[in-house]
Design a protein around this ligand. Structure first.
Ligand code: HEM
Length: 471
């Protein structure tokens, strides 16, 4: 069918495909989530389930709460895998021929074992308590003077996952660490760029060409080198009776499963999983907080209301804790609305069918890439009163109590639902309330907040300067 340039029988329909490129040119790659959320292509309207052909690969787009829920929950088992993409294969080739490591990209037994272990281990380290210990000190925000919040926030957030995984934090002036965080960020942006789409669509050609896809491979190689050094340090000081962090627990697991031929715990997988936690655990929360500052600067009256609630419930003399959340419905609603409108993982991570399935009246064969489009759910006019306007009221009932609409799924849903969700929620709550308790944020004089973004695997605000006034 590919050669005949047409869709298989009963396959979800979609816009006309061109030879070789398919629908590569039917979408705007800089706003891919918006392109995929619309269903009208060249005057033809498609339903909630339609298909695009990106080069040589078909992608099924699933839009709207009902269809996404049907795929990820009701038929969760059939949509639980990740597609095996050329770029991933090439990146991990050095670790074992055609064997993909990690949490984010594995399937089957490897994914199941690694996910279970990571969830269990992260939960065991008493997340909430650690966060306040790693909170950035006041002097980081040179009060009153405009500053770029980006790196400081990345660093503060990253230190949480570092303390859980590596057992220690990094200083704000540690050049090596700063370089690492910047590299991860660049990696995330490139990871979902048109270059990687081209690579996955035309691997034979792209492998021979220079370009950002090669930079990407070098970036992840450098980050892995950094993790391997941490691993070496851990091995040198390893004491099985004192498990300090994720790496220690992992080394223990390798020891315990030694000799089992089907064990998925080894050094290579350790490095890959730590890389996932480090990357997924830094960029996401930090991007959300950077949207938070922009919205607070744009809506000072909302910021004041949050501060008033925090002043009444917590006061100024103690740090916020997770127990405060239930008593801060307005603040909680604001955080949720930031996550909704911030839409930081707009196209979810790609899924893949594990068997032939029926969805929306169409047949999708096994092994087809599926995009359960989060943008289409978080901005659907049937689910949200003012989908494109910042409105904490989306999460408050008439009595001002916090409520969470079912369509709030920024962490996705089902078997692959974000592994770091509870950590991320704690981080967002504790960072946001602590910032609001201590500072008032605004743009520098004469500057308006700009909501333009850069789209990679995440949707991130462009660099901006901010003012933080101590309260
Ligand atoms: C997966 C969102 C924070 C680790 C995901 C997915 C989304 C997501 C949409 C894909 C789910 C799917 O495929 O259906 C977010 C958001 C975050 C956040 C919005 C913060 C605001 C974190 C943190 C960690 C983390 C802090 C680290 C502890 C992961 C991992 C996966 C994942 C390992 C892959 C799960 C799997 O494939 O089984 N996240 N995430 N995330 N996230 Fe997060």
């Amino acid at each position: 069918d590919l050669i005949k340039n047409r869709r298989p029988a009963s396959f979800p329909p979609g816009p006309r495909m061109f030879p070789i490129v398919g629908n590569m040119l039917s979408v705007d790659h800089k706003k891919l989530h918006e392109s995929m959320t619309k269903t009208v292509f060249i005057k033809v309207t498609y339903g909630d389930v339609y298909s695009l052909r990106m080069g040589q690969r078909f992608v099924v787009v699933v839009n709207g709460f009902d269809a996404v829920k049907e795929a990820l929950i009701t038929q969760g088992d059939s949509f639980a895998e990740r597609p095996v993409l050329a770029l991933q294969l090439d990146m991990f080739k050095g670790l074992g021929e055609f064997y993909i490591y990690s949490l984010l990209f594995t399937n089957g037994n490897t994914w199941r074992e690694q996910r279970r272990f990571a969830l269990f281990t992260l939960r065991n380290f008493g997340l909430g308590k650690k966060i306040s210990k790693y909170f950035p000190s006041t002097c980081l925000f040179c009060a009153g003077k405009p500053f770029y919040p980006h790196l400081i926030i990345n660093n503060a957030v990253s230190n949480i996952i570092c303390s859980l995984v590596f057992g220690h934090r990094f200083e704000y002036d540690d050049e090596k660490f700063k370089g690492m965080i910047e590299m991860c960020e660049k990696g995330i942006q490139l990871q979902a760029s048109i270059w990687t789409r081209l690579y996955n669509s035309f691997p034979h050609l792209m492998r021979r060409l220079p370009g950002p896809h090669k930079t990407l491979q070098n970036i992840w190689e450098d980050v892995k080198k950094f993790i391997r050094e941490e691993l070496q340090d851990h091995k040198q000081n390893w004491d099985p009776s004192d498990q300090r962090d994720y790496i220690d627990c992992y080394l223990n697991e390798i020891q315990m499963t030694k000799g089992q031929t089907d064990s998925t715990f080894d050094d290579a997988n350790l490095v890959a999983c730590v890389l996932d936690l480090f990357v997924a655990g830094t960029e996401t929360t930090s991007t959300t907080l950077r949207w938070a500052f922009l919205y607070m600067a744009k809506y000072p009256e909302i910021q004041e209301k949050v501060q008033a609630e925090i002043d009444t419930v917590i006061g100024q003399s103690r740090q916020p804790s997770m127990e405060d959340r239930a008593n801060l419905p307005y603040t909680d609603a604001v955080i949720h609305e930031i996550q909704r409108i911030g839409n930081i993982v707009p196209l979810n991570l790609p899924h893949s069918t594990t068997r032939e399935v029926q969805l929306g009246g169409y047949t999708i064969p096994k092994g087809v890439t599926v995009v359960p489009n989060l943008t289409s759910v978080l901005f659907n006019k049937n689910d949200w009163e003012t989908p494109h306007t910042f409105n904490p009221g989306h999460f408050l009932n008439e009595e001002g109590k916090f409520v969470k609409p079912a369509a709030f799924i920024p962490f996705s849903a089902g078997k692959r639902q974000c592994l770091g969700e509870s950590l991320a929620k704690m981080e967002l709550f504790l960072f946001f309330t602590s910032f609001m308790q201590r500072y008032t944020f605004s743009m520098p004089v004469g500057v308006k907040p700009v909501f333009d973004y850069h789209l990679g695997a995440t949707r991130a605000p462009l660099h901006y300067e901010l003012c933080a006034m101590s309260r």
